[in-house]
Design a protein around this ligand. Structure first.
Ligand code: HEC
Ligand code: HEC
Ligand code: HEC
Ligand code: HEC
Ligand code: HEC
Ligand code: HEC
Ligand code: HEC
Length: 267
């Protein structure tokens, strides 16, 4: 039988592919990530990306343009194993004619991603993060890994990165009568969607969040400075307010995403 004939070489094959992965991991990613092993499926071996394309035309069609295809991973036979880098070796899946349960589906678990992106496990373990570790959300909810840049809207068009977020967070979508210029720089100018130690996944927990952009004109009333345009309070006013909370929680700019009521981002 065909599989029988191949048996003697299987452990050798696995050894070589592991060695190749080891080389890849050492050469492409940081030392911290080098300790990880590639995705395993008991008893399965690599078949190559071409095989997958036969049945998964839609996922394969533009894969060459993706960030991960540029990694150009190969097995010992020189076959491109780009798909199997995330989905695990596909021989059992192909032999079964496809179907569920014979191959890794990262929509159900991020483990396959953590093999190379170990730092992300740490970020998603922080107290404020999206629920990816428990499987309620997936990396694939925000990243399209099968085509082009895996970070939607990175580069020139930031609108579409916000679209990734506002398909779930409709309240922040706007349009607002009074738009906040910060939104043009993307949600990630204030939030780290992978997780942070701060409430609401904010990248800073106090006035520093706002002062990173509002720096132009000195205003000793705030713990730093504030945008000339934003000086609508006296310094004294800012000072007493900030003792009660921070810019968005002291009863001032409670609507940091934009407001329909006030130019000063209040409700
Ligand atoms: C960087 C990791 C990665 C690579 C490389 C990758 N995929 Fe995926 N794949 C995912 C993720 C994440 C999902 C779930 C989210 C989604 O559907 O986009 C997925 C889902 C799928 C699904 C099915 C999902 C369903 O539920 O219907 C198929 C089929 C698939 N991939 C095929 C492929 C093929 C074929 C290739 C190579 C051309 C490939 N993948 C390369 C990560 C990857
Ligand atoms: C002979 C056809 C065939 C080949 C070859 C094939 N698949 Fe599939 N695959 C299928 C079918 C059919 C399904 C089930 C689709 C469904 O139920 O929605 C499937 C499902 C999947 C799923 C979802 C599994 C799950 O549990 O949710 C992934 C991921 C996947 N294939 C990836 C791949 C990858 C990667 C390759 C190449 C190594 C590959 N497939 C090769 C036919 C194939
Ligand atoms: C085999 C190792 C490996 C696996 C598995 C892997 N990645 Fe990556 N990924 C990389 C490397 C290396 C880069 C950097 C590529 C570059 O800079 O061009 C990268 C880049 C990325 C980027 C930034 C891409 C961009 O277009 O700028 C995202 C997002 C990403 N990976 C998400 C994922 C997700 C989600 C998964 C799991 C579904 C995953 N990766 C699985 C190695 C991997
Ligand atoms: C809630 C949406 C969301 C989820 C879920 C998500 N990401 Fe991201 N990710 C982003 C955004 C947005 C960026 C771009 C960040 C920026 O531009 O500052 C990004 C950037 C990245 C990058 C490249 C920059 C970096 O930080 O290294 C990698 C790699 C990455 N994500 C991997 C992952 C992996 C792996 C998962 C799942 C374990 C995941 N992401 C889940 C939204 C998400
Ligand atoms: C697939 C849907 C989905 C996408 C896409 C998504 N989120 Fe979320 N987000 C959620 C859910 C669900 C929660 C609530 C999580 C919880 O209760 O732990 C949440 C929570 C948050 C919170 C914290 C709210 C709180 O009350 O603590 C922030 C901030 C946030 N998301 C920002 C973002 C940003 C920024 C993006 C885009 C990069 C994004 N989200 C993309 C579903 C999503
Ligand atoms: C200028 C900084 C800034 C930008 C840009 C920003 N946010 Fe926020 N976001 C905040 C602050 C500050 C809070 C906390 C508000 C609070 O606690 O009342 C917050 C809270 C949230 C919450 C929780 C809301 C709640 O009611 O608990 C979500 C969800 C959220 N942001 C999503 C987004 C999305 C999606 C984007 C991009 C479309 C975005 N944010 C852009 C500053 C920002
Ligand atoms: C990523 C940069 C960025 C961040 C972070 C940021 N802003 Fe802004 N903010 C802007 C821009 C750009 C404008 C528009 C300025 C203009 O039109 O001159 C603006 C305008 C404002 C205005 C309207 C008054 C004015 O100057 O036009 C207020 C009030 C304001 N921001 C408050 C905040 C608060 C509160 C925070 C923190 C939660 C914050 N901003 C964080 C970029 C930012």
């Amino acid at each position: 039988m065909h599989p029988q004939r191949r048996k003697p070489s299987r452990s050798w094959l696995i050894f070589v592919s592991l060695a190749a992965w080891g080389l890849f991991l050492v050469s492409c990613v940081t030392v911290e990530r080098a300790v990880v092993a590639p995705t395993q499926i008991a008893g399965a071996t690599y078949v190559g990306t071409k095989q997958c394309a036969q049945c998964h035309e839609e996922k394969s069609a533009h894969f060459a343009s993706s960030s991960h295809a540029r990694l150009a991973l190969k097995d010992d036979k020189g076959r491109d194993i780009g798909c199997e880098a995330c989905h695990g070796p596909g021989s059992l899946h192909v032999k079964a004619g496809g179907g569920k349960g014979t191959i890794v589906n990262p929509q159900k678990s991020p483990e396959t991603c953590f093999q190379c992106h170990l730092d992300k496990r740490g970020q998603f373990s922080l107290p404020n993060s999206h629920q990816v570790l428990n499987g309620k959300m997936s990396c694939g909810d925000c990243h399209n890994v099968h085509e082009g840049n895996a970070i939607k809207g990175s580069g020139a068009d930031l609108e579409s990165q916000n679209d990734t977020c506002t398909k779930c967070h409709t309240e922040q979508k706007g349009p607002f009568v009074y738009e906040h210029g910060a939104m043009r720089e993307g949600c990630t100018s204030c939030h780290n969607p992978h997780g942070t130690v701060n409430q609401k996944m904010l990248v800073a927990r106090d006035a520093n969040l706002c002062l990173r952009c509002h720096l132009e004109a000195p205003d000793p009333g705030v713990t730093g400075q504030i945008n000339a345009n934003a000086i609508h309070h006296t310094a004294e006013n800012h000072n007493s307010r900030l003792m009660q909370g921070t810019c968005w929680s002291a009863g001032c700019h409670e609507a940091p995403h934009g407001s329909n009521a006030s130019f000063h981002f209040r409700y």
